[in-house]
Design a protein around this ligand. Sequence first.
Ligand SMILES: NC(=O)c1ccc[n+]([C@@H]2O[C@H](COP(=O)([O-])OP(=O)(O)OC[C@H]3O[C@@H](n4cnc5c(N)ncnc54)[C@H](OP(=O)(O)O)[C@@H]3O)[C@@H](O)[C@H]2O)c1
Length: 286
Amino acid sequence: MTPVTILGLGPMGRALAGAYVAAGHRTTVWNRTAGKAPEGAVEAVTVAEAAGELTIVSVIDYDAVSAILDAEALKGRTLVNLTADTPRRAREMAAWAADQGIAYLEGAVACPTTGIGTPQGLIFYSGPRELFSRWEAELSVLATPMYLGDDPGRAAAFDVAVLDAFWNALAGVVHAYALGASEGISAAELTPMLRGLGEILPSLIDECGANLESGEHPGTASSIRSARAAISHVIAASETAGLETGALRAARGYADRAVADGRGDEGFSLLTKYVAARGDGNGSAS
Ligand SMILES: NC(=O)c1ccc[n+]([C@@H]2O[C@H](COP(=O)([O-])OP(=O)(O)OC[C@H]3O[C@@H](n4cnc5c(N)ncnc54)[C@H](OP(=O)(O)O)[C@@H]3O)[C@@H](O)[C@H]2O)c1
């Protein structure tokens, strides 16, 4: 079995290393802070000592990746970067790796640590197709690998798009608990109602995607004008409760612009065209 190296032993790096150990690979690990190696892995003292034919890095961001990488030790070998960051930084890192003579694959873990080591887990990859094919069997030990194309920024592009929905939704959930609490609603009372929302989201996402593909945004079941009024009620109640309203105001801003364009009778999916920041601080232009 191919020996593998994992650089970075946060919760994700430890899960990655654990999956290789469990699958029987000789697994060498390194971390800035020593003593975090999972059982069965071999802890190296330096990155140069740890680096092998297949080296995977998973740390907090690309500044940390740049701080720890040893280009000399990785020259002529494969580096798979499973650290999350932006598409622009992913492309810059790929260009740097090419300059250093490092075979480089970009990746983004699209599942929690509990998915690692199982086929239910998902990891996005982008970069040279032949490099992905060469290591596909080894990468499949970690999770189901999804190859997204040559452009090294593409894995990060998918990652930030999915995380955009995830973090906005989760921020909405904590905001809802705070708004509920301001009216004396306990978390236990609200939880089943919020779970109910989760159940209708898949069909709403399907509809939004289909509308964007077809270019038709029917507002017969619910119009932008109606959604705008509903969002305004949530903003007003949040203000009364002394809560932040920035995210809600951004959403109402998209609806305001659609209504001003005379498209208030169309459906919510049309607002995708009104997300672009306006630079006045009300759409987070910075
Ligand atoms: N955890 C998850 O569920 C999950 C899910 C999907 C994707 N991811 C992605 O996986 C990556 C790793 O995440 P994580 O959950 O393991 O925890 P993390 O807190 O994002 O990263 C912790 C790791 O980064 C290292 N680190 C931080 N700053 C550093 C620096 N300046 N120089 C060198 N090393 C540095 C830490 O080393 P020390 O131990 O020395 O502090 C540790 O190894 C991230 O890009 C994250 O977005 C995580």
